[in-house]
Design a protein around this ligand. Structure first.
Ligand SMILES: [Zn+2]
Length: 259
């Protein structure tokens, strides 16, 4: 029996009975202690049935780790047949809490594809974890408090397509984003805004989009404001450049002035 006291301390209620290491995988086999803990907190020594399951664990020394675990259903004196409670993995999950925590730390930093490559966990599993995480960390949109909005477009897919983002001008909270920049593309935002659209007083936006028409169609009390950056950009592009060209053309025919 190897001395696994240190590692065993990570798996409360379980003992490591075997471990196997190759260059690409560490396999740890875990068996539960005789006394099981029910989800309700009562202990039980009566096992209903058991099976072996393979769980994914966080990497150790740059090597993926797999746990082969004997999981049990026990007879609880109050609730009948129940899955045994384990503090280090959720019932029916195939990923330990430690690996889940690690993935959640990586999610704000790396694309899901890279996390999947790094941890060996399926893309869809990580995507689902990210959705749950975002629900926790992203605040609810205070629809009825909205008064001033900003809208902007940005390129995605290396400049081949556009997306739109809409934010609260006061709190800077992002309220909505979606693929595309047409009136139809941004309509879902206004549908969600619903009757609160009447509260909107000001919407700031870029000058060369169809956003203004869609805003006017939904927000009867909103003034459209073109933000200064875009106004200056447009002015320099269309007015100052025009003046420069005109001046240059004029000077071409005026030899005295060119000196
Ligand atoms: Zn119970």
């Amino acid at each position: 029996m190897p001395n696994n006291t240190f590692l065993s301390s990570f798996y409360k209620g379980f003992q490591i009975i075997k471990s196997h290491t190759t260059n690409s995988l560490i396999t740890i086999t875990l068996k539960p202690d005789p006394t099981a803990m029910c989800q309700c907190g009562r202990t039980s020594n009566s096992v209903h049935d058991y099976q072996w399951r393979v769980l994914k664990e966080a990497m150790m020394f740059d090597t993926p780790v797999e746990l082969v675990v004997q999981t049990r259903r026990i007879n609880c004196s109050s609730f009948g047949v129940k899955a045994e409670a384990r503090s280090w993995v959720a019932s029916y999950s195939r990923i330990t809490n430690r690996l889940k925590g690690y993935i959640e730390k990586l999610l704000p930093l790396l694309p899901i594809k890279h996390i999947s490559e790094l941890t060996g966990v399926r893309w869809h599993t990580i995507k689902e974890m990210d959705k749950q995480r975002l629900k926790r960390v992203v605040p609810e949109v205070p629809w009825s408090d909205l008064r001033q909005l900003v809208m902007d477009e940005f390129t995605i897919f290396k400049g081949h397509r556009y997306a739109t983002v809409i934010a609260d001008a006061q709190s800077h909270q992002v309220l909505w984003s979606g693929i595309g920049r047409s009136r139809k593309d941004i309509r879902p935002f206004f549908e969600e805004l619903g009757d609160n659209a009447a509260n909107i007083e000001v919407v700031a936006m870029d000058m060369n989009t169809a956003f203004d028409l869609e805003v006017q169609a939904h927000c009867p009390n909103a003034r459209i404001v073109y933000d200064l950056f875009h106004v200056v950009a447009k002015f320099s592009r269309e007015v100052m450049d025009r003046v420069r060209v005109d001046q240059t053309n004029q000077l071409k025919t005026d030899k005295k002035a060119r000196r």
